[in-house]
Ligand binder design. Structure first.
Ligand SMILES: C[S@@+](CC[C@H](N)C(=O)[O-])C[C@H]1O[C@@H](n2cnc3c(N)ncnc32)[C@H](O)[C@@H]1O
Length: 266
């Protein structure tokens, strides 16, 4: 099962409509509507997965395996929070690490700690000699290994503001383990992001697994939110919005956990 079972999306350019058929229900939506944008956006995300669209970007020279929309939203969250430390699990080629380091550089605050269990020597070398190397460090090992978690904690000074992005292994158990390990580091008002819950919508797609409908980051984030009343699952606010949408197409669907602000009512 996934969120798109039996979906059929038909675009009629002449009539300027998008028709969505799902489980016997048929809705004809004007193109100029959030519903149409949402349906076409979800179709675009699925096709994008199939053709590996997110494997076509770099950030300041390093491959970044992300949907650009998600990185713009992440930039908005970093700018709003202005964290001293951004912890990111899953480094791969280093593009997302460099992205966050670039935002830290631009605002004159913050550094990035990556966690990676299989850092390729060429990626390590590229990060070490990168222009923003002074703002990045990588702890090597599995993100849920207690020694690795302890090293990350030790690299954060008391009183520092922390934002966490989890982008390593996207299975339910692993992400829940990461949420439990790194969630306590997230400071009030900041974000804990479980990436790539999109896999829950991709059952049957190339490179997918049959259990992804439930074995995914979105489900782990839901469980963590139930366990921790300090965290709420909410879409990031759009600091500028003169559009007709209220959320972006995202690979990180259902993965945005915000920790309550210090003075928020319990
Ligand atoms: C989706 S890629 C990360 C992409 C990167 N954040 C970017 O935007 O370019 C996932 C990475 O997580 C790493 N990984 C998988 N399991 C891990 C684990 N248990 N601990 C740490 N890293 C892990 C993989 O080796 C891979 O490099």
């Amino acid at each position: 099962m996934n969120g798109h079972d039996n979906d059929k999306v038909t675009i009629d350019w002449g009539a300027a409509t998008v028709t969505v058929e799902r489980k016997g229900e048929r809705r004809v939506l004007p193109m100029q509507s959030e519903g149409a944008f949402d349906a076409v956006g979800r179709a675009w995300l699925r096709v994008g997965w199939d053709v590996k669209y997110v494997y076509s970007f770099t950030w300041l020279g390093r491959p970044m395996l992300q949907l650009p929309d998600d990185m713009i939203r992440l930039q908005e969250m970093i700018y709003a929070v202005k964290p001293d430390v951004i912890v990111e699990t899953g480094v791969a080629h280093g593009g997302s690490l460099v992205f966050s380091a670039a935002i830290c550089h631009a605002i004159g605050r913050g550094r990035v700690i990556g966690v990676e269990k299989g850092l390729w020597p060429e990626n390590k070398a590229a990060l070490v000699k990168h222009e923003l190397a002074h703002l990045m460090s990588v702890v090597e090992g599995s993100s849920v290994d207690p020694d690795v978690v302890a090293k990350v904690k030790a690299a954060i000074k008391p009183g520092e503001t922390v934002l966490v992005v989890l982008d390593s292994n996207h299975t339910y158990d692993h992400v829940l383990g990461e949420l439990r390990a790194y969630g306590p580091l997230v400071t009030p008002g900041s974000w804990l992001i479980a990436c790539d819950g999109i896999i829950g919508d991709l059952v049957g797609a190339p490179r997918s697994q049959p259990d992804w409908g439930t074995n995914n980051a979105t489900e782990a984030a839901k469980t963590y939110a139930k366990e921790n009343s300090a965290f709420s699952l909410i879409d990031p606010p759009l600091p500028f919005n003169e559009s007709m949408i209220c959320r972006s197409p995202t690979y990180w669907r259902g993965g945005f956990l915000q920790r309550a602000k210090a003075n928020a009512p319990a």
